[in-house]
Design a protein. Structure first.
Length: 586
């Protein structure tokens, strides 16, 4: 049965209705649209498709399925693309400075495209780390009926069964994380040139985003838990045909939301953000969620900062055994029932707000009532017998991080979650990586990488190349690392990121010197340096200000000028609290 929508209150009336819009309609006729299609709701279908990396390569195909769903539900889909900076390619060099800034650019460009063409609703497809929060931020900022769909994860790689390749690589599923760690082994002389070349050819065998519970899969899980994506839509790998079925269903779902006038901020609330943080914690997700959840909240005018995220992490059991801290990859989680089964376990102990709205128009509780699968005890542990009783990610505070910091402890034993050692200070990631490559550091040290924050970097780079090299050298548990920058979701080891205030803002990390004794205590949640307040004050008085960077113009300079504090999400505009209008109501 054909649905009729009253366009008199929809944004697209500004470009399709009335005699004055004849020029606009002529453009639509030029693209082959029928009169009926022109007068239906216009639905933006936004993708981050590009040929930069496998994460995004399948998005164009999936967008066509979304469009079929929109059409079947009496809407007119209008496809457009935005940028993506893929962290796996940008990692370990100057390109990583573009990564976090790309999150803002994605949100901005989707907003501008939607506003400029007066689209009534949005289906957003994203595949790589920053594109997921960027797309969700745009949905919440615009506050239109919205459905998010993930492009899907990559299939696990398999190493050739040859003696040249060490046994531990041959006996496990491979992800790009293993390649970064293989570089560390190669540098230490325990992996041959031939073995490295064989591994790089098989580690990433298909389209899709990195396979472990790294940032892309973490934020994909968030999309379901927060309610913007259809239940179980994030799980299946990118090559699976079932992804297209979920894409088509997402196109139909957004039309149902439009009919019911259910908008993004009806879905994204304080409670749904808490649900999302629970899922990050129990799956041992990426520390980057501590940056992206506050940024999504900011778009709705909700104060949900790093402290709030970490408070939830603190009392959430960790019970899903995923890489990098665990054994399994995203495909394994999907085969075990995916995020619906995970949330069902959280519900058993009252750790889920069941009344939150979802992309189906039903509540989380109603969605979970439809799930009959249970935890398999292998990938998803029963919540009453978790891997650990607290979340896989921990927040830290102390005289070295007054605004907080974050560390992933999934896969780290309790006795290894406290580390005290002398500081070894580096002014940027390149200096630290060179020292690690040359083995110019000592066991027991706390490696400090500063001037890598959002403003001071600029760009808040990830440190995967350095941390993976340490792990590859077998030093992941023998040194610790702290930075005002970020870590990849694939990072392993005792690595503390998001230290705030950052060095460029005169935070205590800017005042550290070689030999200062630092204590990281993930059990109590503290990060401190053994210096008195008087000594810190004396050093602050001597501090000569932030390091000058080479970025004096362009997008990265602009990001550095606008970006706010890390603990608030490193956002670049005033957010929902400062709004004077709603886009849908103009």
């Amino acid at each position: 049965m054909t649905r009729r929508f009253d366009k008199s209150r929809l944004p697209s009336r500004h470009v399709t209705e009335g005699p004055a819009r004849a020029p606009h309609r002529s453009y639509y006729y030029a693209m082959g649209m029928t009169e009926e299609e022109i007068h239906q709701p216009l639905v933006g279908v936004a993708t981050c498709w590009n040929e930069a990396a496998p994460c995004n390569i399948a998005l164009s195909r999936q967008a066509q399925a979304v469009k079929l769903g929109v059409k079947a539900a009496d809407g007119s889909p209008r496809e457009f693309t935005t940028i993506t900076v893929t962290d796996g390619i940008a990692m370990g060099h100057e390109g990583m400075r573009s990564s976090l800034a790309s999150r803002e650019a994605i949100a901005d460009t989707v907003e501008l495209t939607m506003r400029g063409h007066c689209y009534d609703a949005l289906v957003g497809l994203a595949g790589c780390d920053k594109s997921l929060p960027g797309m969700m931020m745009a949905m919440v900022r615009l506050n239109v009926p919205s459905v998010f769909i993930y492009g899907g994860s990559i299939l696990p790689g398999k190493a050739p069964q040859v003696d040249e390749i060490p046994e531990d690589f041959r006996t496990r599923d491979l992800t790009v994380q293993d390649m970064f760690e293989a570089v560390g082994r190669h540098q230490s002389g325990t992996l041959s040139d031939a073995a490295l070349e064989m591994l790089e050819r098989v580690a990433c065998p298909s389209a899709g985003a990195c396979g472990g519970q790294f940032t892309a899969n973490t934020m994909a899980c968030v999309s379901e838990a927060i309610g913007l994506a259809l239940m179980n839509s994030s799980g299946m790998p990118a090559p699976y045909e079932s992804r297209d079925q979920y894409a088509e269903a997402s196109g139909q779902a957004v039309m149902d939301l439009l009919e019911k006038n259910i908008r993004a901020r009806d879905v994204v609330t304080r409670k749904s953000l808490e649900n999302a943080a629970r899922v990050v914690a129990c799956t041992g997700g990426s520390t980057n969620a501590g940056l992206h959840l506050p940024a999504i909240a900011h778009e709705a005018g909700i104060e949900f900062y790093l402290d709030d995220v970490c408070e939830i992490f603190r009392d959430t059991p960790y019970f899903v055994d995923l890489k990098p801290g665990g054994q399994f990859v995203a495909k394994d989680l999907y085969d075990a029932g995916g995020i619906p089964v995970v949330m069902k376990e959280l519900r058993k102990v009252g750790l889920i707000h069941e009344d939150c709205m979802t992309a189906t128009g039903r509540s989380i509780g109603e969605e979970l009532d439809r799930i009959d699968r249970e935890a398999d005890g292998r990938v998803i542990y029963p919540i009453d017998t978790p891997i650990t009783k607290t979340g896989g990610v921990v927040g830290l505070k102390g005289n070295l991080a007054p605004e907080g910091a974050i560390v992933k402890v999934a896969g780290i034993s309790a006795e290894d979650q406290v580390f005290t050692g002398p500081a070894r200070v580096f002014e940027c990631e390149e200096d630290a990586f060179a020292a690690v490559k040359a083995r110019d550091y000592k066991e027991g040290e706390v490696i400090v990488i500063r001037n890598e924050g959002p403003a001071g970097g600029p760009g808040m780079r990830e440190m995967l190349a350095t941390t993976a090299a340490l792990s590859g050298q077998g030093m992941g548990k023998k040194v610790a690392l702290i930075t005002d920058g970020r870590f990849s979701g694939a990072t392993r080891g005792f690595c503390v990121g998001h230290v705030g205030p950052e060095a460029a803002q005169g935070g205590p990390i800017a005042l550290l010197r070689n030999g200062d004794v630092i204590t990281i205590d993930a059990v109590s949640g503290s990060l401190s340096v053994d210096l008195s307040e008087d000594e810190l004050a004396r050093r602050r008085a001597e501090w000569t200000g932030p390091r000058e960077t080479i970025y004096a113009t362009g997008a990265i300079w602009k990001f550095a000028q606008q970006v706010g504090a890390t603990y608030k999400g490193a956002v670049t505009h005033p957010g929902g609290k400062a709004e004077k209008h709603q886009y849908m109501d103009l």
